[in-house]
Every structure is written in structure tokens, then in C-alpha cells.
Design a protein around this ligand. Structure first.
Ligand code: FES
Length: 118
């Protein structure tokens, strides 16, 4: 069965049977995760929030610990560094909204609110 990964807020679900990074699994599921460094723990743009079964994900890598200053398996992680084990379990990955998309969405909501006044 492998590791069931749910990407939020998209709600996309994928089963991972081989060890792979969350970044690769997200791409496979069609979920956009921001990156700039090519997965080298350099840009910190791929930060996601991981919850669920701790045994289904690897412990932070030394570059991740250096960059993020943390050693917890769950919580804020770098999608390019944390690997899904592929073992039976489930994990939920919260992917933050792209800041540009969030700005456009807020502006559209404001505009809709103003249009409702007329
Ligand atoms: S892709 Fe740049 S830190 Fe993960």
C-alpha cells in the first residue's frame, strides 16, 4: 500500500511505495511547490507543514537542520529534503499558497465585495 500522502489545500492524494522526496511526490500529484535552488536546501521556498505518521517520513537532513534550525520529524519541513519512506502510513502536507496568487485572490475578493455594493 505504501504511504498515503494528502496535499492540502488542494486535497490531492497520492500513494507512495518507494522512498521519494515530498517535492517529487507533489510534482507527481500535480501540486505546485515553489522552488528556486533545485532542491539543494538553499532557497527555503519549498517549506511545507507535515503531519501524520512520523515513521512515514525521514528525520531532518543536516542541511535542513542547518537552514531551519529544527530537528523534529513533523511540522515545518523542506519538501526537497524530507523523504517519504514508502512504508504503510499516512501523511498530510500543507502547501502554503503562492504569495502572488494570494494577493490576486485577496484583490478579487475585495473587488467582488465592492461590486456587491452597487
Ligand atoms: S527547493 Fe530550495 S530549499 Fe527546497
Amino acid at each position: 500500500m505504501g504511504t498515503r500522502v494528502t496535499f492540502m489545500p488542494a486535497g490531492k492524494v497520492i500513494d507512495v511505495t518507494r522512498p521519494t522526496t515530498i517535492l517529487a511526490a507533489a510534482r507527481q500529484a500535480g501540486v505546485a511547490v515553489r522552488t528556486r535552488c533545485g532542491g539543494k536546501a538553499g532557497c527555503l521556498l519549498c517549506k511545507v507543514n507535515v503531519s501524520g505518521d512520523a515513521h512515514a517520513v525521514t528525520a531532518p537532513t543536516p542541511p535542513e537542520v542547518r537552514k531551519m534550525g529544527m530537528e523534529e520529524t513533523l511540522g515545518a519541513r523542506l519538501a526537497c529534503q524530507v523523504r517519504l519512506s514508502g512504508r504503510t502510513g499516512s501523511v498530510t502536507v500543507e502547501v502554503p499558497e503562492d504569495p502572488l496568487k494570494a494577493l490576486v485572490r485577496r484583490k478579487l475578493e475585495e473587488q467582488r465585495g465592492e461590486d456587491a455594493l452597487w
